[in-house]
Design a binder for this molecule. Structure first.
Ligand code: MCA
Ligand code: AMP
Length: 471
């Protein structure tokens, strides 16, 4: 069973350990979760796909769990989504209704509300492990985001692999304040807790103070993106407040070495770092019982195989120095991009290898270090994956823009920050707001530079590396 701790028979027999989920001021026991989510399942059963506006609330938790009980694929929609991106996600996914919260603009879809106090004790058969659990939209280098088909089998396998690597058990209390529309917060944080059976605390905003409070409340397994950890270290007191936790885990982007060292100094815990993607789920991690090496993301999880392909197409040696393109094989791989067999074929080979787009080195002991991305057009900002192309397309539709180039500039807080170089006569503030309104708030450029011309080569191709040299 995917959400093993919500087994109705066990819950009815009293395996209810009190507060299973704490989120947005609401506390749900396992019995509350099973009863209310099964009531959601009754209202949603039979739908082909539903969209969930994934704000960190109890309604979102019940919507996702209810749809999973009924075997209906969920499209988590970013809480801060703008008009154009919402339109794209709804049309591309074919979502038939909004389940849970209704956004300001429902785009004409029917609404299935979630009632926190409704209860049903109907027993649903467990859907096939091959069934799609989630369709998660994620950015490529160009074009609008693609819907990644994530199966129930992949989710279950990933959580089990991570439980072994992190010694994660029902005795833990997992803490995070991340979005519930991406793998990190939703699959690992929420669904992981509901599979393993540990308590789950969502902190709301992932501020250093909220993390410190959640650990004081018993948090033992703490998840964050590097920006969250970096702010905790900068705060000092909050970093010291991590001491009673069992394991601090960082992922979604590279954890800077000074942040690793700061956490170790203040809290006494060297963080575990792990690596993955929406398409592959988490495939590499350092171990609760093993070496944690600053700047390195660890070993393949049980069942994962990796290979490094050098520029000449041969296998790169595992000498800790030779750089190659990272490919992974894993029971956790996605089932393709929805409606995009072309894009799927570009990254997934017939024999089951996923081409990650990341460049890495591997040492003789099998430890992996991520060196960077193959393309400058895939940006990671605050742990969010953002395509330069999608932002350029939107900005080009603005009447005040005639040419644009978007880059990810190095940023001490966000890892990379989005900077748009624009030829045109619009104000930077207006363009930033335009992207926030059309795509999503977290994709807005943090900086717009109005320039006379963009650097191009003789063929007219943009020279982004030249733009990046300005930083
Ligand atoms: C600013 N704000 C605006 C605007 N500008 N609101 C509307 N329109 C605008 N133009 C508001 C925001 O809504 C927010 O308000 C406040 O300003 C702060 O926004 P911002 O500066 O963007 O947020 P931040 O505090 O800098 O965010 C940092 C963060 C965030 C919390 C670390 O980047 C984050 O949550 N990152 C996690 C991403 C993640 O989970 N990635 C996992 C992908 P208010 O605060 O009032 O709402 S999965 C993955 O990568 C793989 C599988 C893996 O390995 O995990
Ligand atoms: P996403 O699809 O949003 O999950 O983003 C996946 C990408 O995030 C990967 O392909 C990497 O580029 C990056 N990433 C995730 N975890 C790490 C990590 N620990 N270190 C460096 N990059 C990471």
């Amino acid at each position: 069973m995917l959400l093993a701790s919500l087994n109705p028979a066990a819950v009815a027999a009293g395996a209810d350990i009190g507060d299973a989920v704490r989120i947005d001021g609401v506390t749900l026991s396992r019995s509350d979760l099973v009863g209310a989510a099964t009531s959601v399942a009754e209202r949603v059963a039979g739908a082909a796909t539903v969209a969930v506006l994934a704000r960190p609330t109890a309604a979102t938790v019940l919507a996702v769990v209810g749809a999973l009980i009924a075997g209906v694929p969920v499209v988590p929609v970013p809480a801060d989504v703008g008009a154009a991106e919402r339109r794209h996600i709804l049309i591309d996914s074919g979502a038939q209704a909004w389940l849970g919260e209704l956004p300001e603009d429902s785009a004409g879809l029917p609404h299935i509300p979630v009632r926190l106090h409704a209860r049903s004790w109907h027993r649903y058969a467990e859907p096939s492990p091959d069934a799609t659990a989630l369709i998660i939209y994620t950015s490529g280098t160009t074009g609008p985001p693609k819907g990644v088909l994530v199966s129930r089998r992949a989710i279950a396998a990933d959580i089990d692999m991570l439980a072994a690597a992190w010694q994660w058990t029902a005795e833990d209390t997992l803490v995070h304040g991340l979005p519930l529309y991406h793998v990190h917060g939703l699959v690992l944080g929420l669904l992981g807790s509901l599979r393993i059976g540990n308590r789950f605390i969502h902190t709301g905003k992932p501020s250093p103070q909220n993390y410190a409070q959640a650990v004081a409340d018993g948090g033992s397994l703490v998840f964050g993106v590097p920006t969250v950890w970096s702010r905790i270290v900068a705060d000092g007191d909050s970093a010291r407040a991590m001491a009673p936790a069992r394991l601090l885990v960082s992922g979604s982007a590279a954890l800077p070495v000074p942040v690793f060292d700061g956490l170790a100094d203040f809290s006494g815990h060297q963080p575990v770092e792990r690596y993955g993607s929406t398409e592959s789920l988490i495939t590499l991690s350092t171990l609760a019982s093993g070496e944690r090496r600053p700047g390195w993301v660890g070993l393949p999880l049980e069942g994962v195989v990796t290979k490094l392909i050098a520029e000449d197409g041969t296998a790169a040696p595992h000498d800790g120095e030779t750089i190659g393109a990272l490919h992974v094989q894993s029971p956790t791989l996605f089932d393709g991009y929805l409606n995009r067999p072309d894009a799927t074929a570009e990254v997934r080979s017939a024999d089951g290898w996923y081409h990650t787009g990341d460049v890495a080195v591997i040492d003789a002991a099998g430890m992996h270090r991520i060196v960077g991305r193959e393309s400058v057009d895939l940006i990671k900002s605050g742990g969010f994956r953002i395509g330069a192309g999608e932002i350029e397309t939107v900005l080009l539709a603005h009447p005040g823009v005639s040419e644009v180039a978007v880059v990810g500039a190095p940023d001490a807080d966000l890892g990379q920050r989005i900077v748009a170089f624009v030829v045109g006569d619009a104000s930077p503030e207006a363009l930033i707001e335009y992207v926030a309104q059309e795509l999503s708030v977290h994709k807005r450029p943090r900086e717009v530079r109005i320039v006379d011309a963009l650097p191009r080569n003789g063929m007219g191709k943009l020279l982004k590396k030249q733009l990046l040299q300005e930083f």
